[in-house]
Design a protein around this ligand. Structure first.
Ligand SMILES: [Zn+2]
Length: 453
């Protein structure tokens, strides 16, 4: 197919009147001017990659905002979440993920890394098919049309020690042998589903020990030597304190000393880090996966984004608990958190890019692509056609030129600017709508009414 864009953000910058030729989901040529039969669209930008999602948490978002005399924290939130998931079936998980992935597409996420840890039956027994829950996630990605990087989670312990898993964690737990089998099964499933791939996610240093971490990484890298490895790392100060008490090292410090980090590692919530750890992440080429709205919602803390980007670190963004499903809001809060701390403005620009909005959109999309080992994140010849068409009427209202377009979208837009979304060469959102959204919404709302929070 051919697509003619009035304006388009290519990896080489903004251009006008370009025709993209797309074959088998990939951009094979980009030519100036209109070529016959090309479909005409307005303003085109690359789709965003969501580097961190726990799909089932979408059904629980908003159910934990009742205060109890200042005693609420990440840890009390987690207890409510454990209680909530004690009722979810495979069918429920698929309904929630389908609804969520349609919402993501409508807001401009074209690929998601699913940090998938709800593996077993409600009572903790294995499903007949070990990867049954994973299959529900694959199916949701196919129904919605979003690109998927499935990251089965290795979860072994409840805390450093190692402490045995507690009852709320029974659906997450696997031996390393069983986990590696699950990962192999997910690779087989992925080969049957379009635009999907597989990595792993050792849950956190709380939940895995060194031997199990090593065995899991070795196994997945034997299946794909570029497989992504994501880990929750230093989300809470308590986690840092517990790690120090057990290992005598801070979480990121321990990881830098004990795992061979590379560009396929993505450190989720590397929130509490010192200068050496920050520089260590940059030197390792690992990605910092930041989830600004979830980190704010859970009272985690603030990642040192200013310093990390100044040192040429790679970032990606994630919607994590889905308290917000909107890349614009993630990037807005990424910048605003820095402004509030530093009492300055327009901080996350770069030497080459004065526009904060454009700099953040492009860096997060590229970092997200790296974190999912996917051929996405920018529009250029040879890249997958994952793109957004913005609403030209709204663009005209908010930004009259290229230089201000993404700034206006991220900081001054009160509405969703995304009109159409293409993933892997297929239109999945047209005029703001998805073909399955009514059906998905109905199933989701019925499910929500039947669940108790
Ligand atoms: Zn998470």
């Amino acid at each position: 197919m051919k697509l003619f864009a009035e304006r388009i953000l290519l990896s080489s910058g903004w251009h006008t009147e370009q025709t993209l030729t797309i074959e088998d989901g990939v951009i094979t040529s980009i030519d100036s001017g209109y070529i016959n039969d090309a479909e005409k669209v307005g303003v085109v930008i690359p789709g965003m990659v969501n580097c961190h999602s726990h799909a089932f948490q979408r059904a629980f978002a908003g159910f934990s905002e009742q205060g109890s005399e200042g005693k609420d924290s990440f840890w009390t939130w987690r207890s409510i979440m454990y209680k909530f998931i004690d009722q979810l079936t495979v069918k429920d998980a698929q309904i929630i993920a389908t609804q969520l992935y349609i919402e993501m597409l409508k807001m401009g996420y074209t690929r998601v890394a699913e940090f998938h840890y709800l593996h077993h039956e409600i009572n903790g027994d294995n499903h007949t098919e070990l990867a049954e829950m994973a299959k529900a996630i694959f199916k949701a990605s196919q129904q919605s049309g979003i690109g998927l990087t499935l990251l089965p989670v290795l979860y072994r312990f409840s805390g450093f020690g190692p402490l045995p898993a507690n009852d709320g964690q029974k659906r997450f737990i696997n031996s390393v042998e069983q986990f590696n089998q699950l990962v192999s099964d997910c690779f087989t499933l992925s080969s049957e589903y379009e635009n999907t791939n597989v990595g792993i996610a050792p849950h956190s240093l709380r939940a895995v020990d060194k031997p199990s971490l090593e065995q899991a990484v070795k196994h997945v890298r034997s299946l794909d030597n570029k497989a992504p490895v994501h880990i929750h790392i230093a989300e809470q100060q308590k986690e840092v304190d517990d790690c120090l008490a057990h290992y005598g090292q801070r979480p990121v410090e321990w990881l830098l000393n004990n795992a061979q980090l590379d560009e396929q590692w993505c450190l989720i919530h590397a929130t509490h880090i010192n200068e050496q750890e920050r520089q260590g992440i940059v030197a390792s080429k690992a990605i910092a996966g930041i989830c600004p709205t979830t980190e704010a919602n859970l009272g985690d803390g603030i990642f040192p984004t200013t310093e990390f980007l100044a040192e040429k670190g790679t970032i990606a963004i994630g919607s994590d608990s889905h308290i917000s499903v909107n890349p614009v809001e993630e990037l807005r809060w990424l910048e605003y958190a820095q402004r509030l701390i530093k009492q300055q403005r327009a901080i996350l620009a770069s030497e080459n890019e004065a526009s904060v909005g454009r700099n953040l959109w492009q860096q997060a999309a590229l970092g997200g692509a790296q974190s999912t080992n996917s051929n996405t994140g920018e529009l250029a010849i040879g890249k997958q056609a994952d793109l957004l068409v913005l609403d030209t009427k709204k663009v005209a209202l908010f930004a009259h030129d290229d230089q201000h377009l993404l700034d206006s979208m991220i900081f001054a837009s009160q509405q969703n600017m995304v009109n159409d979304v293409m993933v892997n060469g297929h239109w999945v959102i047209k005029a703001g709508a998805h073909s399955l959204e009514k059906k998905a919404e109905q199933a989701f709302s019925l499910l929500l009414a039947s669940l108790s929070a």
